[in-house]
Design a protein around this ligand. Structure first.
Ligand code: PBG
Length: 325
């Protein structure tokens, strides 16, 4: 731009100088929690420094701290005492997640409580659905899996969850859950769909936290191939048609293009999951003093919001809120 241009621009400053910068706020964040049975448990997770597994009583204490920092939403994962082939611990009304939801809603009426709806932490084989075979190329039995996912969602809704978040990547899961919730009079419970969930290498620390690594095969037959961008958009479209209130892209950092496309194409809120491996990378880099953690986290979370995410699921929610405050 020439000097002349700059001078003229000065006169237009009142209309041109609008602040387009992206600013993070604590209420952009959703904080995930891992819940175990028992009392008084606050157990660090080796692969995710700073993240713990909590029993319900200690969870309430930790959420009080998060609430004080401005975090307004949590996402709950359960680790059952016993696993089996049909994930039966997942829909018990006295299961860990159901109890946690009840305790949190009693203590924090305005907290948005979201529950993960999946089978992988509850099945002895660690897959997200009922499996048809035990080969490396795993096939999910959709007909057997959908009613179980629906039962889990209903039990979470009854416990008081505001949103249920199906992450199994079973075809038709959003529609099946929506129908079951409505049938049970739980019309006000929303669905946050893990629509575009890639078969990612960044989930490793999470599987350690949840003890949910598949015992055979992998998840590539039901999670998306990261070489294919269009499939993600089709998956999101399908979930929107099936009645999702919020759609999600996961992971976040290596998939900013998908977040951007989702934001451009759909009118619904878009959530992005800044997953365990992305979290642990930041921890490693800052632990090795190669970068300042606060600066890294600000840059990463800002990038995810700038790409178009309305909500960011992040294990850094408490720290980031503290830094912003
Ligand atoms: C599967 C599920 C996964 C995550 C959340 N739910 C991934 C997987 O094991 O395939 C990953 C979250 C993270 O890495 O932080 N139900």
């Amino acid at each position: 731009m020439s000097a002349g241009n700059l001078k003229r621009l000065k006169r237009a400053r009142p209309i041109l100088n609008r602040d387009r910068r992206v600013e993070l706020e604590p209420r952009d964040f959703i904080l995930p929690y891992f819940i175990v049975e028992g009392e008084g448990v606050k157990e660090p997770i080796r692969s995710m420094p700073g993240v713990c597994r909590f029993s319900v009583d200690r969870l309430v204490e930790d959420v009080a701290e998060a609430w004080g920092l401005g975090v307004r939403s949590v996402l709950l994962f359960g680790i059952p005492g016993a696993k089996d082939g049909s994930a039966s611990a997942a829909w018990r009304q006295d299961g860990v997640v159901q109890e946690a939801v009840g305790a949190l809603k009693e203590e924090f009426a305005d907290l948005t409580v979201i529950t993960d709806v999946c089978l992988c932490a509850y099945t002895s084989h660690g897959h997200c659905g009922i499996v048809e075979n035990r080969d490396s190329e795993v096939r999910i039995d959709t007909k057997a899996t959908l009613p179980i996912l629906a039962k889990i969602a209903v039990s979470h809704g009854r416990a008081g969850a505001d949103l249920v978040a199906p992450s199994a990547m079973t075809d038709g899961q959003v529609g099946a859950i929506r129908e079951a919730l409505d049938r049970e009079g739980l019309e006000e419970v929303g669905v946050l769909a893990y629509s575009a969930k890639y078969a990612s290498n960044f989930y490793g620390p999470f599987r350690d936290a949840l003890d949910s690594a598949p015992r055979f095969g992998d998840r590539r037959s039901y999670q998306l191939d990261f070489k294919d961008p269009d499939e993600a958009i089709e998956e999101i479209e399908r979930d929107v048609d099936e009645g999702a209130e919020i759609v999600m892209v996961k992971p976040a950092l290596a998939y900013l293009d998908i977040i951007y496309r989702a934001r451009e194409k759909f009118d619904l809120p878009v959530a992005a999951y800044n997953v365990s491996g992305e979290y642990s990378l930041v921890k490693k880099l800052s632990g090795a003093k190669e970068a300042r953690e606060e600066d890294l986290v600000r840059e990463v979370l800002t990038a995810i919001k700038r790409a178009g995410a309305d909500l960011i699921i992040t294990y850094h929610a408490k720290e980031a809120s503290r830094w912003l405050g």
